[in-house]
Ligand binder design. Structure first.
Ligand SMILES: CC(C)(COP(=O)(O)OP(=O)(O)OC[C@H]1O[C@@H](n2cnc3c(N)ncnc32)[C@H](O)[C@@H]1OP(=O)(O)O)[C@@H](O)C(=O)NCCC(=O)NCCS
Length: 154
């Protein structure tokens, strides 16, 4: 999307803004997401695990995506585009940046989970080239499908 710049989070001073974005974005989901109970400490934990990608339009933080090497893939979580800025290509731009992160790490696969009760998300990631690889459910949480997208690594 034109005018949107993707960077890596480099500074704990950005954590509050990231958390606010995630809360706003996931607060719009029905039923409510576990993301709403996350705190700035959870953002710090994600930051330690791998890059947090940020999408800015000017000074405005409009998107974020947590990335972490996990197994033989780069695991993507809490992908968030501010509700007022959705369907403008920011999500695709974040995914392309995650692909670049994976390639830079020599990782040949992007992985993620989508909740079964949010079928639009599954369709969105299928259109972005992901395929379903399985299902699961953590205690007290809604069931999910695991998805992956293989990358060609030179
Ligand atoms: C899922 C999510 C991250 C997608 O982000 P997004 O920025 O809206 O996604 P994009 O704009 O890249 O793509 C959405 C659609 O808009 C379309 N689009 C892209 N640019 C567009 C434009 N300029 N004008 C109109 N439509 C456009 C895309 O083609 C895409 O269509 P498709 O779904 O039919 O392929 C976002 O909806 C979100 O934050 N949802 C809530 C949180 C969530 O569920 N996260 C995922 C957890 S697994």
């Amino acid at each position: 999307m034109s005018g949107v710049i993707i960077t890596r989070c480099t500074d704990a001073a950005q954590f509050d803004a990231i958390l606010a974005l995630v809360h706003e974005t996931f607060g719009a989901l029905v039923p409510p997401s576990g993301a709403l109970s996350e705190t700035v400490d959870d953002v710090a934990t994600r930051f330690e695990a791998g890059p947090i990608l940020l999408a800015h339009h000017g000074e405005d933080l409009v998107g974020s995506l947590y990335c972490a090497p996990k197994g033989d893939g780069l695991y993507l979580t809490r992908m968030a585009v501010r509700p007022s800025r959705q369907k403008q290509g920011i999500g695709r731009t974040l995914l392309a940046a995650a692909e670049g992160e994976a390639r830079g790490l020599g990782i040949a696969k992007l992985t993620l989970r989508v909740r079964l009760n949010l079928p639009d998300n599954r369709a969105y990631f299928e259109r972005a080239g992901f395929i379903v690889t399985g299902q699961g459910q953590d205690p007290g949480r809604p069931p999910y499908e695991s998805m992956k997208r293989k990358l060609a690594i030179a």
